[in-house]
Design a protein around this ligand. Structure first.
Ligand code: AGP
Length: 612
């Protein structure tokens, strides 16, 4: 998720762009850049935060009344100066900024290379801006038509703004799958990923719809067209939200925004990596080491906190689908216990931040003993990503809330693809089973949307438990790690003590805790262990425990037993964590809010634990 801004009008563009980029840093901040048109095209770009970019522009000629700017959250190519946006076309006449992922950029790049284009960066954006230039030349057409023709050729998601050196009175913007808003001033226009860079100048905005582009002119006129070249008119909306509210996407907290982003970021994490129709999975980082991974006698998954919980799900997935032994270890334990680890082992290191000290140390130990390290991170170019031999990035976008939510679900998404790919390569799952699971995986974002619609019901349940002093979370199979994760969510943001347990383990001790003051959350969607879960629920009910049950939609049996039932869409059992975790995230969020806690920055916690 990157941040883009553009300006055309009668004011100095530079301060508007820089201030706008700072407003968007929450969307991405591994590099930043601007392009200004003041007789000639001036491009300034730098790895790091916007403040680094400002240092580069100090003393430079930055007076212009038209320009574009970008803060990057890398998806293709390391976060460095060269990969920072804007990207110029080969002739230098076009500058482009882009938020999104062009899935077929590699194919397009090969075609352009054969036509003599030379690329300087690893980005998909540089490919797109040169595709537009090539089409403009080949079709001998204007920029507007070249943009439309090019965008009809690309597969993926984009929000782009293009600055044309040969026309200082126009900007062209387009979107598909990534947000773009146009602020309308008095003979001036502001363009941005969201309204936060715009709202201090104008509250009148127009939101582009998918597969639309806008031609924005200095004379105060603008035209919106579809990629089918049909002119559209959009209602001008008057913004009511506060600036802070906009940065949170209209949500009260980043954590809630990130819970609600899960459908789109899971879709982003799948994009270009699988095809249910054709039955393929393509995880770039895996291919190069596929032989070694297939010969591995054991996988060791190491991580901390929420990432450890997604690692536990990986154990079920990989042993279930690929029939390879998996051990899951807390990184902080693994690194100090002199583990048996060697060249026949593959270590999967999972980390949202990519900077967790214990996980990094665990990797270094395993590397020293010749194990292969496969990293799953959310931050491109992070220490753990760089320390790994190979890896895959979750495309969750920046996760600002300290309590990890969308990172967890995108980690589980990637781990599911890894297990499926291994199963396919080893022949331990049939093609038909693979395709059935991939089709269902494609459906998961829609099913999570359905669960998110239960937010009001979950909020009502939260109100009845906000004063609880303890919670138990119980699950079996794939839902056991979800029980652990649900408990962690509650305790880290509401400060209520909560424990996750395998449901069957309850009678080996925790059942002594059950009474009318003990809320017990059951994850009861498992088809394979359903009757056993029902028995566990009856055991708790018999001891007056207060039961909240997450069940498959239409489940009537548990509805008669539980005090509160949250019905979620049924899915493949191996995919159920992606569904069952969502009510638990919302339950924790609402209880914490009702207790007056700071959900985005809970006490004593840091977003990234870079110390031991
Ligand atoms: C999860 O909600 C916590 N914020 C914490 O447990 C976190 O998952 C853990 O510190 C690991 O962080 P990482 O994924 O960035 O390595």
């Amino acid at each position: 998720m990157c941040g883009i801004v553009g300006y055309i009008g009668n004011k100095e563009a530079f301060p508007i762009l820089i201030k706008g980029l700072k407003r968007l840093e929450y969307r991405g901040y591994d590099s930043a850049g601007i392009a200004l048109l003041n007789g000639s095209m001036s491009v300034f770009k730098k790895a790091g935060k916007v403040s680094e970019l400002e240092k580069v522009t100090d003393g430079q000629h930055v007076s212009a009344t038209i320009g574009i700017g970008h803060t990057r959250w890398a998806t293709h190519g390391e976060p460095n100066d060269v990969n920072a946006h804007p990207h110029l076309s080969q002739s230098g006449s076009l500058a482009m900024i882009h938020n999104g992922i062009i899935e077929n950029y590699a194919t397009l790049k090969e075609v352009l290379k054969k036509r003599g284009y030379v690329f300087h960066s690893d980005t998909d954006t540089e490919v797109l801006v040169n595709l537009i230039e090539e089409i403009k030349k080949q079709e001998n057409t204007n920029l507007e038509d070249a943009v439309r023709i090019a965008l009809n050729e690309v597969v993926g998601a984009y929000a782009i703004v293009i600055l044309n050196r040969d026309n200082p009175d126009q900007l062209i913007a387009a979107r598909k799958g990534s947000p773009l808003v146009i602020g309308i001033g008095d003979q001036e226009f502001y363009i941005a990923s969201d309204a936060s860079p715009i709202i201090e100048y104008t509250k009148n905005v127009v939101y582009l719809d998918d597969q639309e582009y806008a031609i924005i002119n200095r004379d105060g006129t603008y035209t919106i067209r579809t990629l089918g070249n049909i002119e559209k008119s959009h209602e001008i909306i008057k913004l009511e939200m506060s600036l802070e509210n906009i940065e949170k996407g209209g949500y009260e907290h980043f954590m809630l925004k990130e819970i609600f982003e899960q459908p789109s970021v899971i879709a982003d994490s799948l994009r270009g990596r699988m095809s249910a129709q054709h039955g393929w999975i393509k995880l770039g980082g895996l291919d190069e080491y596929m032989n070694r991974i297939n010969q591995a006698e054991r996988f060791v998954v190491t991580a901390c906190g929420t990432s450890y919980h997604s690692g536990l799900i990986a154990e079920y997935l990989i042993e279930d689908l690929a029939r390879v032994q998996v051990e899951v270890e807390y990184a902080s334990e693994f690194r100090y216990r002199n583990p048996i680890i060697g060249e026949k082992d593959v270590v999967i290191a999972i980390s949202q931040s990519g900077e967790t000290a214990d996980t990094l140390a665990a990797i270094e130990l395993a590397k020293d003993r010749q194990a292969l390290i496969y990293g799953i991170c959310n931050v491109i170019g992070s220490s753990i990503a760089r320390a790994s031999h190979a890896g895959s990035y979750t495309h969750a976008g920046p996760e600002i809330g300290v309590a990890s939510t969308k990172a967890f679900s995108t980690q589980v998404t990637i781990l599911t693809l890894i297990a499926l790919q291994m199963g396919m390569t080893k022949g331990t799952i049939s093609t038909s089973k693979l395709r059935a699971i991939l089709y269902e995986l494609e459906n998961i974002p829609k099913k999570i949307e359905e669960v998110l619609k239960l937010d009001d019901q979950i909020k009502e349940i939260a109100a009845q438990f906000k004063d609880a002093r303890n919670f138990l979370y119980l699950g079996r199979g794939y839902n056991y790690p979800v029980a652990l994760e649900g408990a962690l969510k509650l305790k880290e943001i509401s400060y209520i003590h909560a424990e996750g347990y395998p449901a069957a383990e309850m009678k080996h001790g925790p059942i002594a805790l059950i009474d009318e003051d003990m809320p017990v959350v059951f994850l009861a969607t498992n088809q394979s262990a359903y009757e056993k879960i029902v028995s566990n629920i009856q055991e708790v009910k018999a001891r007056k425990g207060r039961i909240i049950a997450v069940v498959n939609r239409g489940d009537t049996q548990i509805r008669d037993l539980a005090d509160h039932v949250i019905e979620v869409p049924e899915t493949e059992e191996i995919l159920s964590p992606l569904i069952t975790i969502v009510p638990l995230q919302l339950l924790a969020y609402h209880i914490a809010i009702m207790r007056g806690c700071n959900v985005d920055q809970p006490r004593n916690l840091a977003k990234s634990v870079t110390v031991e």
